[in-house]
Design a protein around this ligand. Structure first.
Ligand code: NZQ
Ligand code: ZN
Length: 385
């Protein structure tokens, strides 16, 4: 196991009827800005509940943060916060609104061009405004981590930032708030959480016995509840388990002291930036091909994953690895996510565009061994056709 620091200051307030707790969670004298996405939080009453819980305060609102939040939109929020001396932010929404809020929180105090924050992947953030979260979509884990992913439309770039000053102060995670989700978003959430675990687990054996068992437990939970979350939208216990599994998949615990891959995510971000494919859907395309092309360096973990997560014990090693990858692909397909570039009408010519973008963004040494060169990414993309 590698040395690690584990730090996670986010308070999770989990369960039914928890939005009213905002009154105690947000400082009394806060000059507050609520950030949200399109119309969902207004339509399903979540925003009204939030307004009601904070009725004794002066509240400002900033709506319109889009899925795959854009720099172009967020910079308007930064200016608004600066000119109105807001000192506390509240994100109401899914990963996009939370990530957007993290960027705003960091950019408000930043001297110079705020896009530099993304170019430096957040290393240059010195401080950020405090913020809280009301989560409406279980998927990204953003409600309990220090990561944000922002898209620059003009540059066709989707970049991430990581910094300990952008952990939420608190996150309210009420499973009933997910009941109005379109089933496509539920499927995306299950797939994204699954892929987050795979990025931290499916590398090489690193003697993180507890981390492996945590990871396998969350993977098995997602396999158990994935289709039910889609087929029984108002089953509280299923949605509660999905919500906590998605948070646990990317709050730092399962990955502490472990080698991590993230190549599928980085290649996937280029697919979203160029072609607008939903984040989780890019992972369903890239992850099975990533495992296939890198099966030699991932051999030990692929066998362990096959046996412990899918119960694959028969056949020789090659056959067991084939089965493990096939199960992964079927898992995504059973959720309704397609797993080939051709399903999105993308072909060989598009692969070269994607490779150029990876090169332009410095994504030339990806993966747990930094050995995913542009040529290996190209092979992964060809295997995704
Ligand atoms: O915009 P509104 O109208 O609110 O609708 C949203 C949006 O269209 C809708 N929605 C959310 N909650 C709802 C709801 N509709 C009905 N009822 C509800 N309760 O769902 C749509 C998608 O929302 P979005 O926030 O974009 O989805 P998600 O949570 O999957 O976030 C995706 C973003 O997170 C990034 C992705 O790259 C992408 O930009 N990620 C963030 C990570 C992190 N911070 O750690 C890690 C991930 O790997 C990921 O990269
Ligand atoms: Zn993801």
């Amino acid at each position: 196991m590698q040395n690690f620091d584990y730090y996670n200051p986010t308070k999770i307030v989990f369960g039914k009827d928890t939005i009213k707790r905002l009154d105690n969670l947000v400082p009394r004298d806060a000059r507050l800005l609520i950030l949200y996405g399109g119309s969902s939080a207004e339509k399903n009453g979540t925003l009204d509940e939030v307004r009601c819980a904070l009725a004794n305060r002066t509240i400002h609102e900033f709506g319109g943060i889009e899925p795959n939040p854009t720099y172009e939109t967020l910079i308007k929020a930064v200016e608004w916060v600066r000119s109105n001396e807001v000192d506390f932010l509240l994100a109401v929404g899914g990963g996009s609104v939370i990530d957007g809020t993290k960027f705003v929180a960091a950019a408000v105090h930043f001297d110079g061009d705020p896009w530099c924050i993304l170019e430096e992947r957040g290393r240059n953030i010195r401080s950020a405004l405090p913020f809280g979260v009301v989560l409406t979509l279980p998927a990204t884990g953003s409600e309990m981590n220090n990561v944000a992913v922002i898209t620059n439309k003009a540059k066709q770039a989707k970049r991430d930032l990581i910094n300990s000053s952008v952990f939420p102060r608190f996150s309210i995670t009420d499973p009933t708030k997910t009941y109005t989700l379109p089933l496509r978003q539920v499927a995306n959430g299950v797939a994204d959480a699954f892929a987050h675990i795979m990025e931290q687990y499916l590398t090489y054996p690193a003697k993180g016995m507890l981390q492996d068992r945590f990871a396998e437990g969350v993977l098995q939970t997602l396999i158990e509840i994935g289709s039910q979350a889609i087929n029984s939208p108002d089953n509280y216990d299923i949605r509660a388990n999905l919500m906590w599994a998605a948070t646990s998949a990317l709050n730092g615990l399962i990955g502490a002291g472990m080698p991590q891959d993230w190549a599928s995510h980085m290649i996937g971000h280029e697919l979203t930036a160029l072609y607008g494919i939903d984040h989780a859907r890019t992972l369903a395309i890239i992850l099975p091909a990533n495992l296939q092309i890198r099966r030699e360096s991932k051999r030990g973990k692929l066998l362990q994953y096959g046996e412990r997560v899918w119960g694959i014990t028969s056949g020789n090693e090659e056959q067991r690895i084939d089965q493990a990858i096939a199960h992964t692909r079927s898992f995504f397909e059973n959720l309704g996510l397609q797993t080939h570039l051709s399903d999105y009408n993308l072909g060989v010519d598009d692969i070269e565009c994607l490779i150029k973008q990876l090169e332009a963004h410095g994504m030339t040494q990806l993966g747990e061994n930094s050995d995913v060169t542009l040529d290996i990414s190209r092979q992964i993309l060809h295997a995704s056709l």
